[in-house]
Write a protein that binds this ligand. Structure first.
Ligand SMILES: [Zn+2]
Length: 376
């Protein structure tokens, strides 16, 4: 067994206890106070393993942490997010628990497991005296689950200084595959104006915004191109006031997913230029791409292949995969920086109540992270 694995194996209980503590500090993206409490705790933890911690204060969202660790001209970047999709109080309904080798709790898989793995990877490198010849910068942001509105500039600035980026997001279930690509994500809002009238007395005097919306929904879903991996989903609709009134207003929220930049452009244009079908209605479309696609480019695949090499000495068999969901890796990959995503926890159930981490994977996957940080 490698020294790294033995070191971490000896600290297995400490890793689990830290994971428990971090999960119990709930941190929904929309609760600044709660996220700040977790950030303060993590700031102490990262400082204790030799990190130079800068708290990047935020007014609206939780504070971000920028941790610079080690010395050297070159830099690699590790992305973690502290926020979860779970409200405060979820921990009472679903307390942290281990059952059949699985650790459960809100945010344990997405992505508190990856956060704790990052912390212990740095600790292991330091205590084994294996300081790399480059800096490792860890960014812990507070608003990933809501599209990283306040942290995106910080992420992009650090990525531009980095040789490569590791994203400590959950691995792909069931066997912990790494992600070399992710779809880009767009969000749009459609508002339709028609003309109201009495549905019985004056139906011909009205123009139904709801009928127009029905046309638009079918058109939008028709834009989906499964071969290209592009999907358009109208996920939320609303409209009208009463059944006996021809509806004057209707609206919809639209989700767009694409594999590459060409599709992002083509479909963004199509959605922003929707044309009314019924005479007398007007359409207003707002929105655009939130995260650019993380394409499966050669530089990402090369980083994945390096991870496969490093994983062999740890007895891991890695697979390559991708995801229809976005992460902060989308931003860094789109800047042309080699990005490997899903290097965090192995488990299942992101954003779902069966969310869990496979406890036995914590040690080897932490070792893999350490090796990836070590080998520029
Ligand atoms: Zn996540």
């Amino acid at each position: 067994m490698s020294k790294m694995l033995r070191y971490l194996q000896d600290r297995r209980e400490e890793i689990i206890a830290t994971l428990r503590r971090v999960v119990e500090m709930e941190s929904p993206s929309t609760d600044k106070e709660a996220v700040d409490r977790l950030a303060a705790c993590l700031a102490r933890e990262f400082a204790a393993v030799g990190g130079d911690v800068e708290v990047v204060r935020q007014e609206r969202y939780g504070d971000h942490l920028r941790i610079s660790w080690g010395q050297g001209e070159d830099q690699i970047l590790v992305l973690c997010h502290m926020d979860t999709v779970w409200p405060v109080g979820e921990i009472e309904r679903r307390p942290f628990r281990i059952e059949d080798g699985k650790a459960y709790g809100p945010g344990v898989f997405d992505m508190k497991g990856g956060l704790v793995q990052t912390l212990f990877a740095l600790k292991a490198l330091r205590e084994l005296g294996r300081l790399p010849k480059h800096r490792v910068v860890v960014l812990c942001n507070s608003d990933e689950e809501i599209g990283s509105p306040s942290s995106r500039p910080l992420i992009e600035a650090e990525a531009r200084r980095s040789k490569y980026v590791l994203v400590a997001e959950p691995a792909v279930p069931p066997d912990g595959a790494l992600k070399t690509w992710r779809k880009g994500v767009g969000f749009f809002r459609l508002e339709i104006e028609g003309k109201s009238s009495h549905a019985g007395a004056d139906p011909e005097k009205g123009v139904s915004a709801v009928e127009e919306l029905a046309h638009q929904i079918l058109y939008l879903h028709g834009l989906t191109d499964r071969e290209k991996g592009s999907t358009v989903n109208v996920g939320v609709v609303a409209g009208g006031t009463r059944s006996n009134v021809v509806a004057a207003r209707a609206e919809a929220e639209i989700d767009l997913r694409v594999m590459n930049e060409a599709e992002a452009q083509r479909l963004t244009e199509a959605i922003l230029n929707l044309k009314p079908v019924l005479r007398g209605t007007t359409l207003r479309v707002t929105g655009g791409m939130n995260r650019p696609p993380m394409e499966r480019v050669a530089r990402n695949v090369a980083l994945y292949e390096r991870a496969v090499e490093l994983s062999r000495e740890l007895g891991l068999t890695l697979k390559e995969a991708g995801s229809g969901g976005g992460s902060d890796g989308n931003f860094t990959s789109a800047l042309g920086i080699p990005t490997l995503d899903g290097v965090g926890a192995v488990g299942d159930g992101s954003h779902a109540i069966h969310e869990h981490v496979i406890v036995d994977t914590l040690v080897p996957r932490t070792a893999l992270m350490a090796r990836l940080m070590e080998c520029l």
